[in-house]
Ligand binder design. Structure first.
Ligand code: PGA
Length: 256
């Protein structure tokens, strides 16, 4: 299986932006520009309160709804948390886990990310597991070993069968929301390395089938070059997913 046989996935990460009442107008704006086609999957990962509005807006389209976090617990006395079963019940297809903002502001460890990943798989939701280094780590030359440790920690105890349902997103922290995109070479180097780590863990055949996304200031202008790299199968898009420009990125994936 090579790049051509892996479907592209373009996922938007709204972070803590927008309101449920703004969802229909957003979708109308996007739909008029979106060139959706076979082979490219897309999703919008929105804050929990917007999931029903987004589900309603996207009904009949190929775009799926995603969440941005999930509890590691099944149910019970966990005030404020949202379980994987609750997300599945709302028809959520994807869920971001281990985003660097959650790792930084909520002290999420690889162990916790691993527990969340397993909770999602148990509920039939596709995890989009994020990894990525800080600028200090890049400058210190430890990017690859750090990302490898995040991948191995996040996937601990995950079987080969389960791994077929996991998406990985490489997001260098210094490129997130900064307008400073990784060069296509930098992004490819790490995404290729991640595929190598997956090959060691699960075998080369399985690794070739895993969708690996790049995220970090991807936009309508730089998407085509990034998506053309052999080990980059899509994008996790923050800022640009809030604008009609998101459709341009889906269009770039369609053409790639
Ligand atoms: P950005 O965010 O596209 O705004 O850099 C990406 C992300 O954090 O997922």
């Amino acid at each position: 299986m090579d790049k051509k046989s892996r479907n592209a996935l373009i996922a938007g990460n709204w972070k803590m932006n927008m309101l449920a009442s703004q969802v229909p107008a957003y979708w109308q704006g996007l739909e008029s520009g979106a060139k959706l086609a076979e082979g490219v999957s897309s999703a919008l990962c929105v804050p929990f309160p917007m999931i029903p509005a987004m589900k309603a807006a996207l009904a009949g389209s190929q775009v799926k709804v995603g969440a941005q976090d999930v509890s590691a617990h099944d149910k019970g006395a966990y005030t404020g948390e949202v379980s994987a079963a609750m997300l599945a019940d709302l028809g959520v297809d994807y869920c971001i886990i281990g985003h660097s903002e959650r790792r930084a502001y909520h002290a999420e460890s690889d162990e916790l990310v691993n527990a969340k990943l397993k909770a999602l798989l148990g509920a039939g939701i596709t995890p989009i597991m994020c990894c990525g280094e800080t600028l200090e780590q890049r400058d210190a030359g430890v990017t690859l070993s750090f990302v490898e440790s995040q991948i191995k920690g996040g996937l601990a105890g995950v079987s080969a069968e389960e791994m077929k349902k996991v998406v990985i997103a490489y997001e260098p922290i210094w490129a997130i929301g900064t307008g400073r995109t990784a060069t296509a070479e930098q992004a490819q180097e790490v995404c290729g390395y991640i595929r190598g780590v997956l090959a060691c863990l699960y075998g080369a055949e399985l690794a070739k089938g895993v969708q690996i996304l790049y995220g970090g200031s991807m936009n309508g202008k730089n998407a085509a070059e990034l998506l053309a790299q052999p080990d980059i199968d899509g994008g996790l898009i923050g800022g640009a997913s809030l604008k009609p420009e998101f459709a341009d990125i889906i269009g770039a994936a369609n053409e790639g």
